[in-house]
Structure formats: C-alpha cells, structure tokens
Write a protein that binds this ligand. Structure first.
Ligand code: B16
Ligand code: MG
Length: 215
C-alpha cells in the first residue's frame, strides 16, 4: 500500500533558503562580534529563530540578556527577508517542482510543514501554492522541531493519519520530529549530515522517484 500524504519541509528541501539564513545570521553576528560559521549553521536547520540564536550564543560562549534577544533576531530576520526578495520559481531545488507535480497527479495530499514564520512568503515567491493542499508554518506551532507538532498538524490538515504520511526533511531535528510523529521519512542531504535518518537519505528530490518516496 502506497502512502497517501507527503509532508515537505521547506528550507533545504524545496528551496535553498538555508543559504540565506546563513548569510543573514553571519551579517548580524559579525556586526556584534559573535563567532559563527557554517558548522554551527548546520545545527540551525529546522530550528526556530529564537532557538537558533540561543544555539549561536552557546557555541560562541556569549551571554545576552533575554530582553535584548528579540532585537538581534529581528535584525537577522530583516536581512533574511531582504534576501527572500531574490527568490523566483527558478529557486526551487532540483526535482522539487517535478515531484510536487507527479504526486499531485497521483492524488497524493501534499503539505508544507515548516518551522519558518516566513514560509508563506517563500511559498508565494517560488509560486508553488497551487500545488499544495496545506501549509503549516512557524506561526501556527508552539513547539518547533524536533517536537512533532508541525507534522501532526499538517497530517490533520490534509485529513490523514500519521501512518499514512511520509516526511521529507533536511534537518536532524526534522527527522527526529517525523519519528516522534510516527511517520515515515526520507532525508535530503548526506548520510553523514543526517545520521539519525538511518541511511534513508538522497542528495535531492531529483534522486528519488515518486513511487519510491511513497513506499
Ligand atoms: P524563520 P524549515 C526553518 O525552516 C529553517 O530550517 C531554520 O533554519 C529557521 O531558523 C526556521 O525555519 C525559522 O525560520 O526565522 O523564517 O521563522 O527547514 O522548517 O522549513
Ligand atoms: Mg529544512
């Protein structure tokens, strides 16, 4: 029996906004004299904005009073939203658009399940709204990945049970969330970058067929 729902993470799976996140965190941390590199950035995949800042500060050994944190995350988000203006339909990652089309033709329910509060802007910029049955984003959840909340909400939104859904994720936190939700999963990236995906990893959506994804 093939699965009936595909729940896609957004950043790093359908579109490479992960690079924009890196560049905007880098700009803000450089201005503040806070150490930050790509290795730390990898830990931010799928993690909420405030939690991302906390990870950066912890890695850099810097303490910032709670009340000052929102000024830093707001500034990072302003830089990030400026970069988002460059997104076009051509910005979708290899195989993403083809996969959404093929799944839609098979009658599979498709949702975007993202920790990002900017997810709806991104979806609109890359022009995939019409291919989706639901979007659950960072504004609708209380607990970000690895908590399963975003995926459970997305399954509910498309009228399916967790066991009928596959999650497609580029983040360790997202794979953890899929497992906690009781869903199948496919990792996008490398087996080393996603150790908890237990080898169920492909480099991009161009490397897997719709049927293989649904098995
Ligand atoms: P925002 P995803 C996540 O999106 C990103 O991977 C993560 O790096 C980011 O911190 C998070 O969204 C919050 O994003 O600042 O736009 O609300 O991978 O879950 O689609
Ligand atoms: Mg992601």
């Amino acid at each position: 029996m093939l699965l009936q729902g595909a729940l896609f993470d957004l950043d790093g799976v359908l579109v490479s906004t992960d690079e924009y996140h890196y560049r905007s965190w880098k700009k803000m941390t450089e201005e503040e004299g806070i150490a930050f590199d790509r290795k730390v950035n990898h830990r931010l995949r799928g993690v909420s904005r405030l939690e991302s800042l906390n990870i950066i500060l912890e890695e850099a050994g810097v303490e910032v009073p709670e009340e000052k944190k929102s000024a830093l995350t707001d500034r990072k988000n302003a830089y990030y939203r400026e970069l988002l203006k460059d997104l076009t339909p051509d910005s979708t990652l290899p195989g993403a658009r083809e996969m959404l089309t093929a799944l839609g033709e098979r009658g599979v329910k498709i949702a975007v399940a993202s920790s990002s509060k900017n997810a709806r802007t991104i979806v609109a910029q890359i022009g995939i709204e019409d291919m989706l049955d639901a979007i659950v984003d960072g504004t609708e959840i209380e607990r970000s990945k690895p908590d399963p909340e975003v995926f459970l909400k997305a399954a509910e939104r498309v009228g399916l049970t967790p066991s009928q859904c596959v999650v497609i994720e580029d983040a360790e936190a997202g794979i953890e969330a899929a497992k906690a939700a009781g869903m199948k999963f496919v990792g996008i990236g490398t087996p080393e970058g996603l150790p908890n995906a237990e080898g169920r990893v492909v480099a991009s959506l161009a490397e897997i067929s719709p049927d293989a994804l649904l098995q």
